[in-house]
Design a binder for this molecule. Sequence first.
Ligand code: 0WE
Length: 255
Amino acid sequence: MINLAGRTAVVFGLANKRSIAWAIAQRLHAAGAQLAITYQNERLKEECIGLLAELPEARAFQCDVSRDEEIAALFAELQSAYGKIHTLVHSVAYAPAEDLKGEFVNTSREGFRIAHDVSVYSLVALARAAAPLMLDGGSIMTLTYYGSEKVVPKYNVMGVAKAALEATVRYLAYDLGKRRIRVNAISAGPVKTLAARGISGFGDMLRSHAERAPLGRNVEVSEVGDTAVYLASDLSTGITGEVIYVDCGYNIMGF
Ligand code: 0WE
């Protein structure tokens, strides 16, 4: 069992109990890490505080990652609360709903901008703000999806944003390597979260994914959480700039 006692982790992207961010927070907590969880706004605050009751000692902070002033305020608070941090989890993505249906060719300029700002630039902004607090080195991780490299119908602008996110991971890994900060992405197979709800045909997609994956099933969020614990730990100190697949092997198949 990996021991993260004495480490502080900050988790972004918690919306509800089905969030991948929540599974990661639970696993990091179980491994002994001290947790700071962020929520986007007042509307999500209650949900976050409610869940936190399950994680003794964890604290909640507000931060809308599309606002520079909220990022600055959050990291000032983290500095005074913890002094330093070790792990940052970015589990944030958003594209306007109308851009996740129909044809990619119809993506609006605004939809493209929003998807990239919220889902990609936020990682750059958070990494820059976190680096000065990662005094012992650190581990930054984000969540990506296979639609970044192969076409998944209707994933559309999110696929393009995830491709940019994976390239962002490599450039950040290069810059921050000299400060012993590692940056990686976890490519999770499809999971039924709030972000996936309302996507028509998602059920069929889950079925066909399970059928084709070498392990013959879909991934559990707890398995994504366990990979996050590994990336946060000293078992992965040689890994940076990488995309790690937690998809029951789906991505290796050609037919
Ligand atoms: O990255 C994602 C989903 C991210 C997402 C989801 C939504 C739904 C609600 C981003 N923005 C929004 N905006 C909303 O208004 N996934 C990997 C899950 C996902 O989403 C899909 C998928 C898969 C898989 C959308 C179409 C096709 C496949």
